[in-house]
Design a protein around this ligand. Structure first.
Ligand code: ST9
Ligand code: ZN
Ligand code: ZN
Length: 333
Protein backbone atom coordinates (compact mmCIF):
# COMPACT_ATOMS: atom_id res chain seq x y z
CA UNK A 1 0.00 0.00 0.00
CA UNK A 2 3.06 2.30 0.01
CA UNK A 3 3.01 2.52 -3.73
CA UNK A 4 -0.42 3.00 -5.33
CA UNK A 5 0.70 1.76 -8.74
CA UNK A 6 2.17 -1.47 -7.49
CA UNK A 7 -1.09 -2.23 -5.79
CA UNK A 8 -3.12 -1.64 -8.96
CA UNK A 9 -0.74 -3.85 -10.89
CA UNK A 10 -1.00 -6.70 -8.43
CA UNK A 11 -4.78 -6.52 -8.47
CA UNK A 12 -4.95 -6.67 -12.26
CA UNK A 13 -2.42 -9.46 -12.41
CA UNK A 14 -4.65 -11.43 -10.12
CA UNK A 15 -7.65 -10.85 -12.45
CA UNK A 16 -5.67 -12.09 -15.45
CA UNK A 17 -4.22 -15.14 -13.72
CA UNK A 18 -7.60 -16.31 -12.60
CA UNK A 19 -9.20 -15.54 -15.95
CA UNK A 20 -6.62 -17.70 -17.71
CA UNK A 21 -7.22 -20.51 -15.27
CA UNK A 22 -11.00 -20.37 -15.64
CA UNK A 23 -10.90 -20.06 -19.43
CA UNK A 24 -13.40 -17.19 -19.39
CA UNK A 25 -13.52 -13.48 -18.53
CA UNK A 26 -17.04 -12.55 -19.50
CA UNK A 27 -18.14 -11.98 -15.90
CA UNK A 28 -15.69 -9.07 -15.43
CA UNK A 29 -17.07 -5.51 -15.60
CA UNK A 30 -16.67 -3.87 -19.02
CA UNK A 31 -15.84 -0.21 -18.43
CA UNK A 32 -15.98 0.66 -22.11
CA UNK A 33 -19.71 0.02 -22.59
CA UNK A 34 -21.93 3.11 -22.91
CA UNK A 35 -25.73 3.09 -22.90
CA UNK A 36 -27.32 4.27 -26.14
CA UNK A 37 -28.47 7.93 -26.25
CA UNK A 38 -32.11 8.89 -26.65
CA UNK A 39 -35.40 7.76 -25.12
CA UNK A 40 -35.65 4.30 -23.53
CA UNK A 41 -37.82 1.70 -25.28
CA UNK A 42 -41.33 1.45 -23.77
CA UNK A 43 -42.15 -1.32 -21.25
CA UNK A 44 -43.78 -4.37 -22.82
CA UNK A 45 -45.67 -6.30 -20.16
CA UNK A 46 -45.74 -10.10 -20.24
CA UNK A 47 -49.19 -10.78 -18.80
CA UNK A 48 -48.66 -14.53 -18.53
CA UNK A 49 -45.79 -13.93 -16.09
CA UNK A 50 -47.67 -11.22 -14.18
CA UNK A 51 -50.61 -13.59 -13.64
CA UNK A 52 -48.46 -16.63 -12.75
CA UNK A 53 -46.26 -14.66 -10.31
CA UNK A 54 -49.37 -13.19 -8.65
CA UNK A 55 -50.90 -16.66 -8.29
CA UNK A 56 -47.62 -18.03 -6.89
CA UNK A 57 -47.50 -15.33 -4.22
CA UNK A 58 -51.19 -15.81 -3.34
CA UNK A 59 -50.43 -19.54 -3.02
CA UNK A 60 -47.48 -18.72 -0.76
CA UNK A 61 -49.81 -16.76 1.55
CA UNK A 62 -52.13 -19.77 1.69
CA UNK A 63 -49.06 -21.86 2.53
CA UNK A 64 -48.17 -19.47 5.37
CA UNK A 65 -51.65 -19.76 6.90
CA UNK A 66 -51.39 -23.58 6.77
CA UNK A 67 -48.13 -23.75 8.76
CA UNK A 68 -49.87 -24.21 12.17
CA UNK A 69 -51.79 -27.24 10.82
CA UNK A 70 -48.75 -28.92 9.24
CA UNK A 71 -46.89 -31.90 10.69
CA UNK A 72 -43.39 -31.22 11.97
CA UNK A 73 -41.89 -33.62 9.39
CA UNK A 74 -43.55 -31.63 6.62
CA UNK A 75 -41.95 -28.40 7.85
CA UNK A 76 -38.56 -30.13 8.10
CA UNK A 77 -39.00 -31.45 4.55
CA UNK A 78 -39.88 -27.94 3.30
CA UNK A 79 -36.70 -26.57 4.87
CA UNK A 80 -34.66 -29.38 3.32
CA UNK A 81 -36.18 -28.62 -0.10
CA UNK A 82 -35.36 -24.93 0.41
CA UNK A 83 -31.72 -25.61 1.25
CA UNK A 84 -31.21 -28.17 -1.54
CA UNK A 85 -32.80 -25.99 -4.22
CA UNK A 86 -30.87 -22.96 -2.94
CA UNK A 87 -27.59 -24.88 -3.31
CA UNK A 88 -28.60 -25.69 -6.88
CA UNK A 89 -28.54 -21.94 -7.48
CA UNK A 90 -25.65 -20.79 -5.26
CA UNK A 91 -23.16 -23.66 -5.65
CA UNK A 92 -24.55 -24.61 -9.08
CA UNK A 93 -25.72 -22.02 -11.59
CA UNK A 94 -23.98 -19.19 -9.73
CA UNK A 95 -20.53 -20.13 -8.40
CA UNK A 96 -19.84 -23.11 -10.66
CA UNK A 97 -21.51 -22.39 -14.00
CA UNK A 98 -21.69 -18.57 -14.16
CA UNK A 99 -18.28 -17.83 -12.64
CA UNK A 100 -16.26 -21.07 -12.96
CA UNK A 101 -14.92 -20.35 -9.48
CA UNK A 102 -14.23 -24.05 -8.79
CA UNK A 103 -14.36 -27.37 -10.64
CA UNK A 104 -16.93 -30.10 -10.08
CA UNK A 105 -16.83 -33.79 -11.04
CA UNK A 106 -19.62 -35.37 -13.07
CA UNK A 107 -21.52 -36.81 -10.06
CA UNK A 108 -21.54 -33.41 -8.35
CA UNK A 109 -22.66 -31.66 -11.54
CA UNK A 110 -25.52 -34.15 -11.88
CA UNK A 111 -26.55 -33.56 -8.27
CA UNK A 112 -26.38 -29.77 -8.67
CA UNK A 113 -28.44 -29.96 -11.86
CA UNK A 114 -31.17 -31.98 -10.14
CA UNK A 115 -31.46 -29.54 -7.24
CA UNK A 116 -31.19 -26.66 -9.71
CA UNK A 117 -34.33 -27.85 -11.48
CA UNK A 118 -35.99 -28.03 -8.06
CA UNK A 119 -35.27 -24.28 -7.70
CA UNK A 120 -36.97 -23.46 -11.05
CA UNK A 121 -35.05 -20.26 -11.83
CA UNK A 122 -34.65 -20.89 -15.57
CA UNK A 123 -32.24 -23.51 -16.84
CA UNK A 124 -28.54 -23.26 -15.95
CA UNK A 125 -27.55 -22.07 -19.44
CA UNK A 126 -30.07 -19.20 -19.44
CA UNK A 127 -29.34 -18.30 -15.79
CA UNK A 128 -25.59 -18.15 -16.38
CA UNK A 129 -25.99 -16.20 -19.64
CA UNK A 130 -28.15 -13.57 -17.88
CA UNK A 131 -25.80 -13.55 -14.91
CA UNK A 132 -22.65 -12.96 -16.96
CA UNK A 133 -24.26 -9.92 -18.64
CA UNK A 134 -25.35 -8.77 -15.17
CA UNK A 135 -21.70 -8.65 -14.06
CA UNK A 136 -20.16 -7.47 -17.32
CA UNK A 137 -22.64 -4.62 -17.87
CA UNK A 138 -23.74 -4.13 -14.27
CA UNK A 139 -26.33 -1.38 -13.71
CA UNK A 140 -26.72 -0.39 -17.34
CA UNK A 141 -29.37 -1.12 -20.00
CA UNK A 142 -27.55 -4.37 -20.81
CA UNK A 143 -28.00 -5.67 -17.23
CA UNK A 144 -31.16 -7.86 -17.14
CA UNK A 145 -32.05 -6.69 -13.61
CA UNK A 146 -30.49 -3.23 -13.77
CA UNK A 147 -30.79 -1.88 -10.21
CA UNK A 148 -30.73 1.71 -11.51
CA UNK A 149 -34.36 1.04 -12.48
CA UNK A 150 -35.35 0.70 -8.84
CA UNK A 151 -36.05 -1.90 -6.17
CA UNK A 152 -39.17 -3.38 -7.76
CA UNK A 153 -37.63 -3.79 -11.23
CA UNK A 154 -34.44 -5.44 -9.96
CA UNK A 155 -36.41 -7.66 -7.57
CA UNK A 156 -39.22 -9.10 -9.69
CA UNK A 157 -40.23 -6.51 -12.30
CA UNK A 158 -37.56 -7.62 -14.77
CA UNK A 159 -39.27 -11.02 -15.06
CA UNK A 160 -42.61 -9.40 -15.94
CA UNK A 161 -41.54 -7.39 -19.02
CA UNK A 162 -39.59 -8.01 -22.25
CA UNK A 163 -35.84 -7.55 -21.92
CA UNK A 164 -34.11 -4.34 -22.95
CA UNK A 165 -32.67 -5.00 -26.46
CA UNK A 166 -29.13 -4.29 -25.20
CA UNK A 167 -29.33 -7.31 -22.85
CA UNK A 168 -29.84 -9.57 -25.84
CA UNK A 169 -27.40 -7.69 -28.11
CA UNK A 170 -24.59 -7.80 -25.55
CA UNK A 171 -25.54 -11.27 -24.34
CA UNK A 172 -25.13 -12.69 -27.84
CA UNK A 173 -21.47 -11.61 -27.81
CA UNK A 174 -20.63 -13.49 -24.60
CA UNK A 175 -18.40 -16.52 -24.63
CA UNK A 176 -20.64 -19.38 -23.50
CA UNK A 177 -18.59 -22.18 -25.04
CA UNK A 178 -17.88 -23.70 -21.62
CA UNK A 179 -21.62 -24.07 -20.98
CA UNK A 180 -22.33 -25.47 -24.45
CA UNK A 181 -19.56 -28.03 -23.87
CA UNK A 182 -21.10 -29.25 -20.59
CA UNK A 183 -23.35 -32.20 -21.46
CA UNK A 184 -25.15 -32.06 -18.11
CA UNK A 185 -26.09 -28.39 -18.66
CA UNK A 186 -27.32 -29.07 -22.18
CA UNK A 187 -29.29 -32.12 -21.04
CA UNK A 188 -31.06 -30.04 -18.40
CA UNK A 189 -31.86 -27.31 -20.97
CA UNK A 190 -33.39 -29.89 -23.29
CA UNK A 191 -35.62 -31.45 -20.64
CA UNK A 192 -36.09 -28.35 -18.51
CA UNK A 193 -39.91 -28.18 -18.36
CA UNK A 194 -40.55 -31.80 -17.33
CA UNK A 195 -37.65 -31.64 -14.86
CA UNK A 196 -39.27 -28.63 -13.16
CA UNK A 197 -42.74 -30.22 -13.01
CA UNK A 198 -41.19 -33.28 -11.42
CA UNK A 199 -38.58 -31.77 -9.10
CA UNK A 200 -39.97 -28.35 -8.12
CA UNK A 201 -43.65 -29.29 -7.69
CA UNK A 202 -44.41 -33.04 -7.83
CA UNK A 203 -41.63 -34.52 -5.69
CA UNK A 204 -41.89 -31.95 -2.85
CA UNK A 205 -45.67 -32.57 -2.74
CA UNK A 206 -45.65 -36.37 -2.90
CA UNK A 207 -43.04 -37.08 -0.22
CA UNK A 208 -45.02 -35.81 2.83
CA UNK A 209 -48.29 -37.19 1.47
CA UNK A 210 -46.84 -40.65 0.82
CA UNK A 211 -44.40 -41.10 3.73
CA UNK A 212 -46.20 -39.52 6.69
CA UNK A 213 -49.79 -39.08 5.56
CA UNK A 214 -49.71 -35.32 5.34
CA UNK A 215 -52.77 -33.85 3.63
CA UNK A 216 -52.18 -33.30 -0.07
CA UNK A 217 -53.21 -29.63 0.25
CA UNK A 218 -50.59 -28.90 2.91
CA UNK A 219 -48.01 -30.98 1.02
CA UNK A 220 -48.57 -28.84 -2.06
CA UNK A 221 -48.82 -25.39 -0.47
CA UNK A 222 -45.88 -25.60 1.97
CA UNK A 223 -42.95 -27.67 0.58
CA UNK A 224 -43.77 -26.86 -3.06
CA UNK A 225 -45.43 -23.42 -3.37
CA UNK A 226 -44.32 -21.55 -0.24
CA UNK A 227 -40.81 -23.00 -0.38
CA UNK A 228 -40.49 -22.04 -4.06
CA UNK A 229 -41.74 -18.48 -3.47
CA UNK A 230 -39.36 -18.00 -0.53
CA UNK A 231 -36.43 -19.30 -2.58
CA UNK A 232 -37.21 -16.86 -5.40
CA UNK A 233 -37.52 -13.89 -3.05
CA UNK A 234 -34.32 -14.78 -1.19
CA UNK A 235 -32.54 -14.84 -4.56
CA UNK A 236 -34.13 -11.64 -5.83
CA UNK A 237 -33.08 -9.80 -2.66
CA UNK A 238 -29.49 -10.18 -3.87
CA UNK A 239 -30.43 -8.18 -6.98
CA UNK A 240 -32.55 -5.60 -5.17
CA UNK A 241 -31.57 -5.13 -1.50
CA UNK A 242 -27.89 -6.11 -1.89
CA UNK A 243 -27.56 -3.58 -4.72
CA UNK A 244 -28.93 -0.82 -2.43
CA UNK A 245 -28.43 -1.36 1.31
CA UNK A 246 -25.09 -2.01 3.02
CA UNK A 247 -21.43 -0.98 3.17
CA UNK A 248 -18.97 -0.95 0.28
CA UNK A 249 -15.62 -1.91 1.86
CA UNK A 250 -14.05 -3.17 -1.38
CA UNK A 251 -15.21 -0.71 -4.04
CA UNK A 252 -17.23 2.39 -3.24
CA UNK A 253 -17.56 3.24 -6.94
CA UNK A 254 -20.06 0.43 -7.59
CA UNK A 255 -23.56 -0.04 -6.16
CA UNK A 256 -23.52 -3.66 -4.91
CA UNK A 257 -23.29 -3.80 -1.08
CA UNK A 258 -22.35 -6.08 1.82
CA UNK A 259 -25.70 -7.20 3.26
CA UNK A 260 -25.38 -9.89 5.98
CA UNK A 261 -29.17 -10.23 6.29
CA UNK A 262 -29.51 -11.12 2.62
CA UNK A 263 -26.60 -13.54 3.05
CA UNK A 264 -28.46 -15.48 5.73
CA UNK A 265 -31.46 -16.09 3.44
CA UNK A 266 -29.37 -16.62 0.31
CA UNK A 267 -26.85 -19.06 1.85
CA UNK A 268 -23.91 -16.65 1.61
CA UNK A 269 -24.73 -14.59 -1.48
CA UNK A 270 -25.31 -11.22 0.21
CA UNK A 271 -21.64 -10.15 0.34
CA UNK A 272 -22.30 -8.47 -2.93
CA UNK A 273 -19.75 -5.63 -2.91
CA UNK A 274 -17.06 -8.29 -2.51
CA UNK A 275 -18.64 -10.50 -5.15
CA UNK A 276 -18.82 -7.79 -7.84
CA UNK A 277 -15.23 -6.76 -7.04
CA UNK A 278 -13.88 -10.34 -7.17
CA UNK A 279 -16.48 -12.37 -9.11
CA UNK A 280 -14.16 -15.37 -9.51
CA UNK A 281 -13.79 -16.01 -5.76
CA UNK A 282 -15.58 -19.31 -5.01
CA UNK A 283 -16.61 -18.08 -1.54
CA UNK A 284 -18.19 -14.74 -2.66
CA UNK A 285 -16.81 -13.29 0.58
CA UNK A 286 -13.53 -13.00 2.45
CA UNK A 287 -14.97 -14.52 5.65
CA UNK A 288 -15.18 -18.24 4.86
CA UNK A 289 -18.14 -20.03 6.43
CA UNK A 290 -19.64 -16.95 8.16
CA UNK A 291 -23.31 -16.70 7.00
CA UNK A 292 -22.14 -18.79 4.08
CA UNK A 293 -23.51 -22.33 3.98
CA UNK A 294 -22.64 -22.54 0.27
CA UNK A 295 -18.92 -22.16 0.97
CA UNK A 296 -19.14 -24.86 3.65
CA UNK A 297 -20.91 -27.08 1.12
CA UNK A 298 -18.26 -26.54 -1.60
CA UNK A 299 -15.47 -27.16 0.95
CA UNK A 300 -17.18 -30.38 2.02
CA UNK A 301 -17.46 -31.47 -1.63
CA UNK A 302 -13.70 -30.86 -2.01
CA UNK A 303 -13.10 -32.91 1.12
CA UNK A 304 -15.07 -35.75 -0.49
CA UNK A 305 -13.07 -35.40 -3.70
CA UNK A 306 -16.10 -34.28 -5.73
CA UNK A 307 -14.85 -30.71 -6.29
CA UNK A 308 -11.46 -29.03 -6.71
CA UNK A 309 -9.61 -25.90 -7.91
CA UNK A 310 -11.33 -23.36 -5.65
CA UNK A 311 -10.32 -19.83 -6.72
CA UNK A 312 -9.64 -17.59 -3.74
CA UNK A 313 -8.39 -14.01 -3.68
CA UNK A 314 -5.41 -13.55 -1.37
CA UNK A 315 -5.67 -11.49 1.84
CA UNK A 316 -3.02 -9.07 0.52
CA UNK A 317 -4.93 -8.37 -2.69
CA UNK A 318 -8.14 -7.87 -0.72
CA UNK A 319 -6.48 -5.46 1.70
CA UNK A 320 -4.80 -3.52 -1.10
CA UNK A 321 -8.12 -3.21 -2.88
CA UNK A 322 -9.87 -2.01 0.30
CA UNK A 323 -7.25 0.69 0.77
CA UNK A 324 -7.44 1.76 -2.86
CA UNK A 325 -11.18 1.80 -3.61
CA UNK A 326 -13.06 0.87 -0.40
CA UNK A 327 -15.35 3.13 1.63
CA UNK A 328 -13.28 2.62 4.81
CA UNK A 329 -16.06 0.70 6.57
CA UNK A 330 -13.86 -2.39 7.07
CA UNK A 331 -11.96 -0.54 9.83
CA UNK A 332 -15.09 -0.31 11.99
CA UNK A 333 -16.44 -3.78 11.21
C1 ST9 B 1 -35.70 -16.37 -11.74
C2 ST9 B 1 -34.27 -16.10 -12.03
O1 ST9 B 1 -36.23 -16.03 -10.74
C3 ST9 B 1 -33.59 -15.42 -10.88
C4 ST9 B 1 -32.20 -15.08 -11.22
C5 ST9 B 1 -31.61 -14.16 -10.21
C6 ST9 B 1 -30.18 -13.89 -10.40
C7 ST9 B 1 -29.57 -13.53 -9.08
C8 ST9 B 1 -28.13 -13.21 -9.16
C9 ST9 B 1 -27.59 -12.84 -7.80
C10 ST9 B 1 -26.34 -13.58 -7.41
C11 ST9 B 1 -26.57 -14.98 -7.01
C12 ST9 B 1 -27.44 -15.13 -5.85
C13 ST9 B 1 -27.97 -16.52 -5.66
C14 ST9 B 1 -28.83 -16.56 -4.41
C15 ST9 B 1 -29.60 -17.85 -4.26
C16 ST9 B 1 -30.37 -17.94 -2.99
C17 ST9 B 1 -31.29 -19.05 -2.96
C18 ST9 B 1 -32.21 -19.13 -1.73
N1 ST9 B 1 -27.97 -13.11 -23.70
O2 ST9 B 1 -35.62 -14.30 -22.05
P1 ST9 B 1 -36.31 -14.18 -23.37
C19 ST9 B 1 -32.15 -14.07 -26.45
S1 ST9 B 1 -36.58 -17.23 -12.95
C20 ST9 B 1 -28.09 -13.51 -24.98
O3 ST9 B 1 -37.58 -14.92 -23.55
P2 ST9 B 1 -37.86 -11.75 -23.64
C21 ST9 B 1 -32.11 -15.58 -26.65
O4 ST9 B 1 -31.94 -15.89 -28.00
C22 ST9 B 1 -38.16 -17.49 -12.28
N2 ST9 B 1 -29.28 -13.74 -25.55
O5 ST9 B 1 -36.51 -12.60 -23.69
C23 ST9 B 1 -33.47 -15.98 -26.15
O6 ST9 B 1 -33.88 -17.22 -26.62
P3 ST9 B 1 -33.29 -18.58 -25.93
C24 ST9 B 1 -38.97 -18.43 -13.11
C25 ST9 B 1 -30.36 -13.55 -24.83
O7 ST9 B 1 -38.76 -12.12 -24.75
C26 ST9 B 1 -34.34 -14.86 -26.68
O8 ST9 B 1 -33.51 -13.69 -26.60
N3 ST9 B 1 -38.94 -18.12 -14.49
C27 ST9 B 1 -30.30 -13.14 -23.48
O9 ST9 B 1 -37.45 -10.32 -23.56
C28 ST9 B 1 -35.62 -14.66 -25.88
O10 ST9 B 1 -35.26 -14.58 -24.50
C29 ST9 B 1 -39.71 -17.17 -15.04
O11 ST9 B 1 -40.48 -16.53 -14.37
C30 ST9 B 1 -29.04 -12.91 -22.93
N4 ST9 B 1 -28.87 -12.51 -21.65
O12 ST9 B 1 -38.58 -12.20 -22.31
C31 ST9 B 1 -39.52 -16.94 -16.54
N5 ST9 B 1 -31.54 -13.05 -23.00
O13 ST9 B 1 -33.47 -18.46 -24.43
C32 ST9 B 1 -39.10 -15.55 -16.66
C33 ST9 B 1 -32.36 -13.40 -24.02
O14 ST9 B 1 -34.14 -19.66 -26.49
N6 ST9 B 1 -38.56 -15.19 -17.94
N7 ST9 B 1 -31.65 -13.69 -25.13
O15 ST9 B 1 -31.86 -18.67 -26.28
C34 ST9 B 1 -39.29 -14.87 -19.05
O16 ST9 B 1 -40.47 -15.16 -19.16
C35 ST9 B 1 -38.59 -14.05 -20.10
O17 ST9 B 1 -37.21 -14.22 -19.98
C36 ST9 B 1 -38.93 -12.53 -19.96
C37 ST9 B 1 -38.16 -11.75 -21.05
C38 ST9 B 1 -40.41 -12.29 -20.14
C39 ST9 B 1 -38.46 -12.01 -18.61
ZN1 ZN C 1 -25.28 -8.17 -8.59
ZN1 ZN D 1 -22.26 -13.47 -9.64
Amino acid sequence: TKNGNAVVEKDLLNHDDVAAERGMIDDLFDETYREKEGPKPPLRYVWRNIILMSLLHLGAIIGLTLIPSAKIQTLAWAILCFVLSALGITAGSHRLWSHRSYKATLPLRIFLTIVNSMAFQNDIYEWARDHRVHHKFSETDADPHNAMRGFFFSHIGWLLVRKHPDVIEKGQKLDLSDLKADKVVMFQRRYYKPSVVLLCFTLPTLVPWYFWDESIIISFFIPAILRYALGLNATWLVNSAAHMFGNRPYDQNINPRENPLVSVGALGEGFHNYHHTFPYDYSTSEFGWRFNLTTAFIDFMCFLGLASDRKKVSKEVILARKMRTGDGSHKSG
